[in-house]
Design a protein around this ligand. Structure first.
Ligand code: PEP
Ligand code: MN
Length: 337
């Protein structure tokens, strides 16, 4: 429920109403605005009726939040939330770019790839130390050794990092070495993991599950935010459809839909969304055009020998061209790169 207070309501009146909301077992939210204060009451809204807030002298109106997700909804928080990975903002005026290999493989591969990302003008570095692979025989990642490498190269280049966290027991390690957690498509509904990440303050890049509806993605984000971590970046990375020409079908409909319904930043992963290197640049431009706040792109110093996702990874010169060609699209969408 959203409770809009009258302009003359003071902070102490809000505090009093928030106490009442807590007393019936609902989660209170305090959202002071420039003109008036808005309060939220989350939980089983039927109990709120007993408080008769709509007849309170300082309450202007009480509106239900019609969506299943609440805190991540624009209804409760109309302004865009800006989430920072290191110092890099997502969700503001800047269109931010994360680049790097699918997996951390070795020192030379990571240094060369990170330098390529930096030289081209990328803002953050990606690279998986824990890899969720479809086959148990594929490269599974270097684990903590990979995290340490990522941190060393982040210090060397100044690029903040994002890396996947696969399970709750890895959270403390990833938190120690990386600037942001990535929750992969296969883990989007691992509710224990989402809850654990909600207790961290580090940002979470939450990827849409390959068979998840947009509403499922927003509810997954709600799990993190409701635990106290507001720093969630949503990521559209393609869904499974009947189409087999591309690895996934990049659902760009989701971008303007998400931007309308949530205040959280939204980025696009054209690498996993298409699975094909030659489609990464056109879909990045499309992402900028439809209002995304950034992209995450796989870039490898030598994709031909990559241990994972080589077919969709860009060569360094392709990543450089991508950023160059992207600029006018970003600017046409009213953003800066
Ligand atoms: C990745 O980013 O390399 C990855 C495994 O992504 P997704 O979870 O979207 O498949
Ligand atoms: Mn990958």
């Amino acid at each position: 429920m959203i409770i809009v207070l009258k302009p003359e309501a003071k902070k102490k009146d809000a505090t009093e109403i928030l106490k009442k909301i807590s007393s019936v077992g609902l989660k209170p939210l305090y959202m002071p605005g420039t003109e008036r204060t808005v309060l939220g009451a989350l939980g089983d809204e039927r109990v709120l009726e007993n408080l008769h807030l709509d007849s309170h002298p300082l309450v202007e109106r009480v509106d239900p939040i019609l969506t299943l997700y609440k805190i991540v909804s624009r209804e409760i928080h109309p302004k865009d939330t800006i989430v920072k990975i290191g110092k890099v903002p997502f969700g503001g005026k800047q269109f931010s770019i994360i680049g790097g290999p699918c997996a951390v493989e070795n020192r030379k591969q990571m240094i060369d790839s990170a330098e390529a990302v930096k030289k081209a003008g990328g803002h953050c570095l990606r690279g998986g130390a824990y890899k969720p692979r479809s086959s148990p025989y594929s490269f599974q990642g270097l684990g903590v050794k990979g995290l340490k490498l990522l941190k060393e190269i982040s210090d060397m280049t100044g690029l903040p990092t994002v890396t996947e966290v696969l399970e709750v027991t890895d959270v403390e390690h990833v938190e120690k070495y990386a600037d942001a957690f990535q929750v992969g498509a296969r883990n989007m509904q691992n509710f224990r993991l989402l809850t654990a990440l909600g207790k961290s303050k580090k940002p979470v890049l939450l990827k849409r599950g390959m068979a998840a509806k947009v509403e499922d993605l927003l509810l997954a984000a709600e799990y993190i935010v409701t635990e106290g971590n507001p720093n969630v970046i949503l990521c559209e990375r393609g869904i499974r459809t009947f189409e087999t020409a591309t690895r996934n079908t990049l659902d760009l409909n989701a971008i303007p839909y998400l931007k309308k319904h949530t205040h959280l930043p939204v980025i696009v992963d054209p690498s996993h969304g298409t699975g094909l290197r030659e489609l990464v640049s056109p879909m990045s431009k499309a992402a900028a055009a439809c209002g995304a706040d950034g992209i995450i792109v796989e870039v490898h110093n030598n994709p031909k020998v990559a241990l994972s996702d080589g077919k969709q990874s860009l060569f360094p010169h392709e990543f450089k061209n991508l950023i160059k060609e992207l600029k006018p699209f970003v600017e046409a969408a009213g953003r800066i790169l």
